[in-house]
Design a binder for this molecule. Structure first.
Ligand code: GSF
Length: 202
């Protein structure tokens, strides 16, 4: 098994943290899908990372499918509760966190276009999703220790990767000020070796 990922992707970081927490050894091949020589399209027709290549050569994507596969690979540190109702709640957190990243990435890509071609309304619409998503993350977390209220799960990993991505790409978004509960939560997650060892570098 090998993981193809970039070191800045929040979705790939989610997978790398899951591998770490579940103590699954999996070599990492760093590949930046935007580079002309990227091999990613040979493994995923969508040309996106992360991709997990299994020992039989078959591939898994996207990150949500990969983490679901990994969580069932070993019972060590189950990250999605077995009870369906609770599992759905954890996956809802993941969808919200990933969705904030989707909107953020759309902004990053739009801002890479020549200034005259950038669509300010589109950027504002995506940033609105980021703002609204952050507000919901904060309200739903409230003063709980963990997203699902019971213990550390994939929900916490997804939210931590989302906040880390905002720090990486959007220094101008001050989410710590208005949402001190998210700030405290992110600081706590940062103490975990799985988070500390996967901090994205620009
Ligand atoms: C999103 C993957 C993605 O957008 C997932 O794995 O959860 N829903 C997917 N990956 C980006 C890299 S990133 O900045 O996270 C990617 O590979 N983009 C290349 C492209 O051509 O869109």
């Amino acid at each position: 098994m090998k993981l193809i990922a970039s070191l800045t992707s929040p979705y790939a970081r989610k997978v790398r943290i899951v591998l770490h927490e579940k103590r699954i050894d999996c070599p990492l091949t760093v590949d930046i899908p935007w580079n002309a020589d990227s091999q990613v399209p040979n493994f995923n027709p969508l040309g996106k990372v992360p991709v997990l290549v299994l020992d039989d050569g078959s591939t898994l994507f996207d990150s949500r499918v990969i983490v679901d596969y990994l969580d069932h690979l070993t019972p060590v540190s189950r990250l999605v509760p077995s009870e369906h109702r609770k599992a759905v709640q954890v996956k809802r957190w993941e969808a919200l966190a990933d969705g904030i990243c989707d909107a953020g990435i759309a902004v990053v890509l739009e801002r890479k276009r020549p200034a005259a071609k950038q669509d300010a309304d589109w950027i504002a619409r995506q940033l609105g999703k980021v703002e609204a998503g952050l507000k919901m993350l904060s309200e739903d977390l409230a003063e709980r220790s963990w997203c699902n209220g019971e213990g550390y799960t994939l929900a916490d990993i997804a939210v931590g990767c989302c906040l880390g991505y905002l720090d990486l790409r959007f220094a101008e978004i001050d989410w710590r000020g208005p949402y001190p509960n998210l700030a405290k939560f992110a600081d706590k997650l940062a103490q975990r070796p799985a988070f500390a060892e996967t901090v994205p570098q620009a």
